[in-house]
Design a binder for this molecule. Structure first.
Ligand code: HEM
Length: 846
């Protein structure tokens, strides 16, 4: 009991002080039985490998865990274990379990949770001191539950949880509390285990309550899998464009081999217990040591950044599991050294099934075999093995990853067994190592410093005999100086005075290369920049000059100067890489909304004909009695982005009602927020101006919007495959039918004025001409046309009630200033983390 209740250091202390430093195997009489403790690799090898048939798990261990986990690989012995191992082992042999895309989603949730510890004084970039350990446990639980059941509990961010279908006769799984039930259940097992023979003395009602909750949790998913069969994967929530059929879900795979619900529950719970705390503890210990060994942290960060580059927010990491496994020698050394200093499973044990022998430890010189009668427990102090100075050198107690690399690298045998050894060796070793390494890679890419904030800072390392971690308090820092980054600007205009200097002050380590190409219509070719310059570029600001992926292998973020991205969608750099593209969406809001309102008012106030009269010198009031003002009219904005929002602001100031239309539904206040960039004080950042909000991708939904009684329709959608000819004959017919309820005034049949500032092909030109000629719409203001430029003699030039301008609505002398402001904020995001403004979504194409 002394051993179980003290840390693993106790074994070393007890052996060293009572028996001597050279004694590695002892037989300890405890009450009515004898316990063997051995820190001799030869003996351990004998137990785990060469005479493993003589040994098995103690009944003590399997019986303690069994109420919580049932019979699974972790809790069964003999034949039963063999069957479990045969079932589970192939699962861990598949590369599919190393799904970094899944980890990345949870890493992002972890970063968001870390970022919540920024205390607002962003200048330094440091978070306030906090304990990282609970967040790592959340991470491991979230990843494991998704891997095992396909549905993560999202303990890091419960708002990510998806709604679950109803299964009659089964309580929904308690995602909120499953982690707590597991922790509490484990604590009971440890206490019951320590008291083993006297465990009946403990009241156990609470323990069994936790076990029931854990069983319910697993049973629900097992039932769902059994009911849905092969459709289980298909029905999972779609994740980041990844086809569901490629997902790895343990319960689904196991159910292909057995349909026994109890077996499925037990095996998945065994894996959950084996894999959750262990991995969280390992990651925690790695951070613990990095925070206390800045030289190691720096060296490791160098290795990571050299291979993968710095962190780019909003962009998939693009990291392959083979790279993490094979190309990060120092990372492997750090992980090994962490496991040596703080093996997260510091003690293992076995019981002899028959009379047997350990090869060493007996006789006066302790080099003779030791007889072990059947039923003897042997304690395998993994921690003590990894701390022997005669094996590891006099600095065995020092955290020094270099020992794993120098002199051709250290290749330990049974003196280093953090994952056990022999037939029962850990099946999750690769998974645990890769998951931890991946998280640390992303962590170091994103944060360039970690500080130990423990008080006192040099408190001694405290271990626990069982799976335990104490990562300590850390603070994190980001790569705020943009070290290692190079920005290339290819612009038609000179940098505004002071701009480059301002960037240098903000991001001292950022290199800036500014190329001016003048105002030609075609973008300059990539050859105007030397190959050497391209090679190091990590950030590019351009209208349309894009290198090939090979030309600029380090490129991470492209800031386009245009509001749309349609001209880059077919470029290899966009299609074939994961480089982040951002548009200059937002720079156009003020001037284009002015164009929309001014052409609309000009039309309504008959300015074109009065200007004609003015040219002729005629005082002619024309049809002044039919002029209507804008108050109480309805403006419909198709595409409620930055231009739409600023137009809504101006229109509502004139007393207009605003109907907004977006592709995706925006039911909540949060979803209505503007995520793009807007000049301060403009637009509709909270999305509160519209009086009605329409959405959807179907014709029916679009027609409901078009039929909502619009006096002015503004087309402000991006041009994508979905929006090509979005307005065609059928749509103009809906507009012509006018108010289908909810518009300005249902008694009056007032036609719609259509304003297109998006892209010509969003509107079918023939249908538009027909609508103008037949008077289906009131008129149109077109800054964009299809074809463009509009050829001489094209019928649109002379179509009735049309105002045509040559794609100039976006012009403003403030353009470059606003583009550079977006670049600057996005550089801040790159440096400090957080979502990029105007990030182009590869699936949506804008
Ligand atoms: C740092 C992380 C981990 C450590 C240190 C660790 C350690 C161990 C150790 C020492 C054993 C052997 C127990 C014995 O000999 O009785 C073991 C067994 C096992 N581990 Fe891990 N483990 C880790 C992560 C994982 C993960 C992530 C999984 C899977 C999701 C996993 C699954 C298993 C299984 C299924 C066994 C039982 C194998 C058997 O009895 O046949 N482990 N682990």
């Amino acid at each position: 009991i002394g051993i179980w209740h003290s840390g693993p250091q106790y074994v070393i202390e007890a052996l060293d002080s009572e028996m001597g430093r050279d004694v590695h195997t002892v037989v300890v009489p405890i009450h009515d039985y004898e316990l063997v403790v051995s820190r001799d690799p030869l003996n351990i090898r004998t137990v785990l490998v060469s005479h493993s048939a003589d040994w098995d798990l103690s009944e003590h261990r399997t019986a303690s865990w069994e109420p919580m986990l049932g019979h699974g690989i972790f809790t069964s012995r003999g034949e039963r274990w063999k069957q479990s191992r045969a079932l589970i082992r192939p699962q861990f042999a598949t590369d599919q379990i190393n799904d970094f895309r899944m980890y990345e989603r949870h890493v992002q949730q972890l970063f968001a949770a870390i970022d919540r510890h920024h205390d607002g004084t962003h200048i330094s970039g440091w978070t306030r001191a906090f304990d990282l350990q609970p967040l790592l446990y959340n991470f491991a639980l979230d990843v494991m539950t998704e891997m095992l059941y396909g549905y993560s509990v999202h303990s890091q961010n419960p708002s990510e949880r998806v709604d679950l279908p109803v299964i009659s006769g089964h309580e929904p799984p308690d995602r909120e509390n499953i982690g707590r039930h597991m922790d509490a259940g484990k604590a009971w097992i440890e206490t019951r285990g320590a008291l083993w023979k006297y465990r009946w003395l403990l009241p156990s009602q609470q323990f069994f309550k936790h076990c029931a909750a854990i069983h319910n949790y697993a049973d629900w998913f097992v039932q769902l899998r059994l009911q849905q069969g092969d459709k289980y994967l298909e029905n999972l929530q779609q994740q980041g464009g990844q086809p569901n059929r490629d997902r790895y879900v343990l319960v689904h795979e196991l159910a292909k081999m057995t349909q026994d619900p109890v077996e499925l529950r037990s095996q998945t719970l065994n894996a959950l217990t084996a894999g959750r705390d262990t991995t969280a503890a390992l990651i925690g210990w790695i951070v613990y040591f990095l925070a206390r060994h800045p030289v190691v942290a720096k060296k490791l960060r160098r290795e990571v950044v050299d291979l993968f580059g710095p962190y780019v927010s909003g962009q998939p990491s693009g990291i392959e599991f083979r790279q993490v496994r094979d190309s990060l020698p120092y990372m492997n050394a750090v992980i090994n050294e962490t496991l040596r200093m703080a093996p997260v499973v510091p003690l293992n044990d076995r019981v002899s099934l028959r009379d047997t022998v350990l090869p060493r430890g007996g006789g006066p010189k302790r080099d003779q075999p030791v007889f072990v009668p059947a039923g003897t427990q042997i304690l395998i102090p993994i921690y003590a093995l990894a701390q022997r100075p005669d094996i590891w050198g006099p600095d065995a107690g020092v955290f020094r990853p270099e020992r794993w690399i120098e002199d051709g690298g250290c290749k330990p045998g049974f003196e280093f067994i953090p994952f056990g050894g022999g037939g029962r060796q850990c099946l999750g070793q690769q998974l645990a190592r890769l998951k931890s390494a991946y998280l640390i890679v992303r962590f170091l890419q994103r944060y360039d410093d970690i500080a130990n904030a423990e008080v006192p800072p040099d408190a001694p390392v405290k271990f626990h005999h069982t799976i335990e971690n104490r990562s300590g308090s850390v603070r994190t820092d980001t790569n705020k100086t943009l070290k290692g980054h190079k920005l290339l600007v290819i612009a038609p205009w000179e940098a505004p005075v002071g701009f480059v200097e301002k960037l240098a002050a903000e991001f001292p380590d950022l290199q800036v290369d500014y190329h001016v190409h003048g105002r030609s219509a075609t973008p300059p070719s990539t050859t105007s920049v030397s190959d050497e310059t391209w090679r190091d570029v990590t950030i590019l600001l351009t209208f349309a000059t894009l290198p090939t992926p090979e030309q600029a292998p380090k490129l991470q973020y492209v800031q386009l100067m245009s509001a749309g991205a349609n001209h880059v969608l077919d470029k290899p750099l966009f299609k074939d890489t994961e480089v982040t593209f951002c548009t200059a969406n937002g720079v156009h809001g003020p001037q284009i909304s002015e164009w929309i309102i001014s052409t609309y008012l000009a039309f309504e106030h008959r300015l074109p004909s009065y200007l004609e009269h003015q040219k002729e010198g005629r005082w002619n009031k024309g049809d002044m009695y039919t002029i209507e003002d804008a108050a109480d009219k309805t403006i419909g904005i198709l595409g409620y982005g930055s231009i739409g929002r600023q137009t809504a602001r101006v229109a509502s100031a004139m007393g207009m009602k605003v109907h907004a239309y977006t592709l995706h539904p925006r039911p909540t206040p949060e979803s209505r927020r503007d995520r793009g960039w807007t000049p301060p004080g403009l637009g509709d950042p909270e999305g509160t101006i519209p009086t009605k909000w329409f959405s959807g991708g179907t014709e029916k939904e679009l027609h409901a919007f078009l039929g909502s009684g619009l006096d002015l329709l503004v087309i402000a959608t991006p041009l994508t495959g979905r929006t090509q000819h979005l307005l065609s004959t059928a749509e103009f017919d809906v507009l012509a039918r006018g108010d289908s309820g909810g518009g300005s005034s249902s008694s009056r049949k007032r036609k719609t004025f259509v304003s297109n500032i998006a892209r010509g092909p969003v509107v079918d030109t023939d249908a538009l001409l027909r609508a103008l000629e037949k008077g289906l719409i009131r008129g149109a203001a077109l800054d964009v046309t299809d074809p463009e430029p509009l050829p001489d003699g094209h019928p649109l030039w002379s179509a009735p009630n049309a105002i045509v301008t040559p794609h100039v609505s976006g012009s403003s002398t403030r353009y470059s200033e606003r583009v550079l402001a977006i670049l600057e904020v996005n550089l801040g995001r790159l440096a400090e983390g957080g979502e990029f403004f105007n990030h182009v979504d590869r699936r949506e194409g804008y």
